[in-house]
Ligand binder design. Structure first.
Ligand SMILES: [Zn+2]
Length: 143
């Protein structure tokens, strides 16, 4: 089996709604995302001949994920999140945010990213998302 590996980093702020502890406050991370794409065979014709997947396609997909989250506040779509967004709209500066349907833990984010990549038709094997240099979550589907 072949496994391609690619990575990007992005900076985001988030907070955990309903959490007791310091992660309840808005804070930032430099997220490091490592993706692995698998293939048993190489493509046999066309531009991608002898490749599992064109790295330029992987890079453009990772750029979309970067742009989705980079320099934004990741906000869960719940009562607190909606309230925060309404308050952000009252200040005379635009704050960029990404509204998500989950609590933005590294687990949920890595699963979300896995399915965004899979949705592009890429044979994603594994997503590893580092929230700090020493803490990460790996998301895979069951083998
Ligand atoms: Zn955090």
């Amino acid at each position: 089996m072949f496994i391609l590996k690619s990575e990007i980093e992005f900076d985001s702020a988030h907070f955990l709604s309903g959490y007791e502890g310091k992660c309840a406050n808005i804070h930032g991370h430099r997220y490091r995302l490592i993706v692995k794409i698998k293939g048993d065979k190489l493509k046999t014709s066309g531009n991608d001949r002898a490749m599992v997947e064109d790295f330029s396609f992987i890079k453009s997909t990772l750029k979309e994920i970067h742009d989705l989250f980079d320099h934004k506040i990741i906000i869960e779509d719940d009562e607190i999140g909606k309230d925060l967004i309404n308050k952000l709209k009252t200040v005379p500066q635009e704050f960029k945010y990404e509204l998500v349907q989950y609590r933005p833990t590294v687990e949920e984010m890595s699963r979300n990213i896995f399915f965004i990549i899979k949705g592009k038709g890429i044979n994603i094997y594994e997503v590893e998302l580092f929230e700090t240099p020493t803490n990460s979550c790996i998301y895979r589907e069951d083998d």
